[in-house]
Design a protein around this ligand. Sequence first.
Ligand code: B12
Ligand code: SF4
Length: 501
Amino acid sequence: MKHFRVLLINPPNSVPIKSNFVINVFQPLGLAYVASSLEKHKYSVEIFDALALGFDQEKIIASRKVIGADYQTIKNKIIDYRPDLVGIATPFSFQSFESHQIAKIVKKINPKIITLAGGTHATIQPDEMLNDKNFDYLIRGEGEYATVELLKALEKKTSLKNISSLSYRNKQNKIIHNPRSLPIQKLDALPFPARHLLPMDKYLQAAKKGRVVEGMLAFGHKRTSIFTSRGCPFNCTFCSVHLTMTRMWRGRSPENVLKEIKECVYKYGIKYFDILDDNFTLDPKRAKKICRLIIKEKLNIQWSTPNGIRADRVDETLIKLMKKAGCIQVKVAPESGSPLVLKNIIKKHLDLDMVKKTVSLCKKHHLSVEAFFVVGFPEETIDDIYKTISFAKELRRLGCDYCYFFIATPYYGTEMYADAVKKGYLDESRYHLNKIITTTNKSLLKSPNYTHKKLFELLKVAAKVNPPITKIRLKSGLKMLILDPKRILTYSFGYLRNFLP
Ligand code: B12
Ligand code: SF4
C-alpha cells in the first residue's frame, strides 16, 4: 500500500502591532520529533518551517506584525509537495492565529487534504482549534506515537476510537476527545529529532541577525536546541508545562543524550546547545553523568540552560562538572523574593537560601548566572514586590549577572488562570485568549492591591537592579553591532526605556 505523504508546517508568528514583543525564530523540535517517528515508519515527510524560512520578512496583516514566509510561498509549497496530510503546529497560543490561516489555505487548495493540529495550544484548547472546520484532527500532548497510529488508521480506514490523545469531529459533527495516552516512558526509544528536515542554515542566519532567543549568547555560533528530559513534577500555579508534557518527569539516559550531541557536532558542525528541558537537573546524578560523558569525549562544545534550572536541584559537584563540560550560563528562576508569594500564591516551594547558594556557587566556579522574576500576581502586595526587588539586589551582590522581571501572565489551563477567572482578576478588556504573550509592557490581570500604573513604576525600580550592560552582553553586543546595527539600536532603545522617568 502507498503510504501517505506528510507535510509538517511551523507557521509564521505574529504579535499585535502595538506590542513591543520581539518575535524570535526557534527550532521546532516538537515537529522534528514527530517527523523522525514518521520516517521510522517509512512515511515520506517534509517540514516547512515558515517562521525560520522567512525570518527576515515582516508584514502587517490584520493589525498584526507577522514574521515568516508569506502565505503565497506556503501555498506554493503545499501545491508542489502534494501531501495527503498536512500537520500544523501551534507551539504557542499566540501563534495559533497563523495555524488557522494555514489550515484554511490547505482546504482551499484541496478539501481532500487531511489537516492535523498539534503542539502546546492545540493541546490546551482543542475545542477552539477544532471548532474551525478547516482542521480535521488534533493530537493532544506528545505526538510521536499518536500521529503514526492516526496515519495507519486513516490509510486502513479503521476506527479512530482507540487512538489515545486524538480529538476529532464524529459523523454528527460532535467534537470527540479520546482519553490522553500515558506520557512516553522510554524516551531513549524515540529517534532523534529530524534536524535533517529543518533549514539549519536559516537558524544560524537568524542568530546572526539577533532573531533568536538568547541570540546574544554565543553569538554567531552554529547552535541547536536539545531536550534531555520531559515533564516536571512541580505545581507552580502559573506554569502550563504539565498540560503538554505532564507532571511525570522522564529523563533520557546520559548515553542516549551524548549520542545526539555527537550527531549534532559531527553531522551539523554544531558548537552550541540550548538545553531546553523543563527540569534538566531534577535528577542531579543523571545531569552529572551527562556532564562527565561530554568531558570524556572532549567535544569542546558550549551550552546553557535558558529555561532555568531549579536552584534546589544542584550541588557544588554538579556546578563544577557543568562548567567543565562547557556550560557557559545557567538561569535560575526564583520568580519572587517573597516567601509568602512563593508558598501561597505561586506554590513554587523554593527555598530562597538555596537560590543564593546556587548563585554563589556559580560565581565561585566562573559560570555566568541570570535570574528570572515575575511580578504582578493579583494577590501579591506592594510590599511583596519590594521584597522581590531587594532579593534581586541581593543576588546581584552575590554575582548574579542579570535579573529579568516579567509580568505575571495567566496562560489558559493553568491554576493561575482558573483562579483569576474565579476571583474576577482577569482583565477581560485586555485578555484575548489566543493572543497572549508574556508581556513586559502590559498586565492582563487586575489587582486589589495596586494599579497598573503603580506596577509599572515598580518595574522601573526593579530594572535599575541590573548593570547598564554585562561583560557577556557587551562582547556579543559588539559583534551584533558589526553584523546588524539596526537590530542593536532597537535592543538598546527597548532597554533604555526601562530607565526613563
Ligand atoms: C523550549 C521552549 C521555548 C523555546 C522554543 C519554543 C518552541 N516551541 O520550540 C523558546 C526559548 C524560544 C521559548 C520562548 C517562549 N516561550 Co516557551 N517553551 C518552551 C518549552 C519549555 C518546551 C517546548 C518544546 O519544544 N518542547 C519539546 C517538544 C518535543 O515538545 P512540544 O513542542 O510540545 O512538541 C510535542 C507535542 O506538543 C506534539 N506536537 C508539537 N507540534 C506538533 C504538531 C503536530 C501536527 C502534531 C500532531 C503534534 C505536535 O508532539 C511533540 C513531540 O511529542 C515549553 C514548555 C513545554 N514543556 O511544553 C514552553 C512554552 C511552550 N513556552 C511558553 C511561552 C509563554 C514562551 C514565551 C512567550 C515566554 C517569554 N517569556 O517570552 C516565549 C515566546 C517565544 C518567542 N519570542 O517567539 C509557554 C506557552 C504557553 C502558551 N499557551 O502559549 C510554554 C508552554 C511554557 C509555559 N510558560 O507554560 N519557549
Ligand atoms: S518548576 Fe518550572 S517547569 Fe516545573 S512547574 Fe514550576 S515553573 Fe513549571
